[in-house]
Design a protein around this ligand. Structure first.
Ligand code: HEC
Length: 150
């Protein structure tokens, strides 16, 4: 794979040209473990193709992530939305906000999402009765916020 998704054909004996431009270092051993967390849910979402039933439990198949294009000529790129996100790696950014899932997008978009998320959370905290003077949002600690606002 070349820069920015551009495919470049390189001979295996051209060592200096053989470069992995992917910014991922996937641990295959870890991902191919039988009984990996999330596989039940993934099978329910994605169907049996790509999630194999072994006697000891479920296991990801190579073909869950590695698929060919329609013509069967090239491997399709791995994608967060298709291969990483569903069931296993949601971008849940803050344990205190269980419904908040960030978009897998350019940093500027993620930044805008996070800004809006925390501004809203702050405003909701301000609107709570008896918390009008609280300065720090979501501490869950009235004593702490009372001190900081005095
Ligand atoms: C969970 C998704 C996933 C599964 C399952 C998976 N792979 Fe991968 N594989 C990746 C990703 C992502 C990369 C690229 C990132 C990297 O190089 O570390 C990769 C890279 C590779 C590469 C290197 C390709 C290159 O261009 O250098 C080979 C070979 C490979 N996988 C073979 C396999 C085989 C064989 C299996 C099954 C036994 C398998 N993979 C299962 C996600 C997966």
């Amino acid at each position: 794979m070349g820069e920015a998704g551009r495919l470049v054909r390189v001979r295996l004996d051209q060592g200096a040209e053989l470069k992995d431009h992917a910014q991922l270092k996937l641990n295959h051993k870890k991902h191919l473990k039988v009984g990996l967390k999330g596989l039940e849910e993934l099978r329910a979402l994605a169907g049996p193709r790509g999630v194999m039933q072994r006697t000891e439990g479920l296991q990801l198949a190579c073909s869950f992530c590695h698929q060919t294009d329609e013509a069967g000529a090239f491997m399709r790129p791995i994608s967060y939305a298709r291969h990483c996100g569903p069931a296993c790696h949601p971008l849940d950014v803050d344990g205190r906000l269980p419904d908040a899932v960030a978009p897998h997008d350019k940093p500027a978009i993620v930044h805008a999402y996070l800004r809006a998320l925390y501004l809203e959370a702050y405003e909701q905290c301000q609107a709570l009765p008896g918390r009008r003077r609280a300065r720090r949002p979501m501490t869950g600690n009235d004593e702490g916020s009372a001190k900081s606002s005095s």
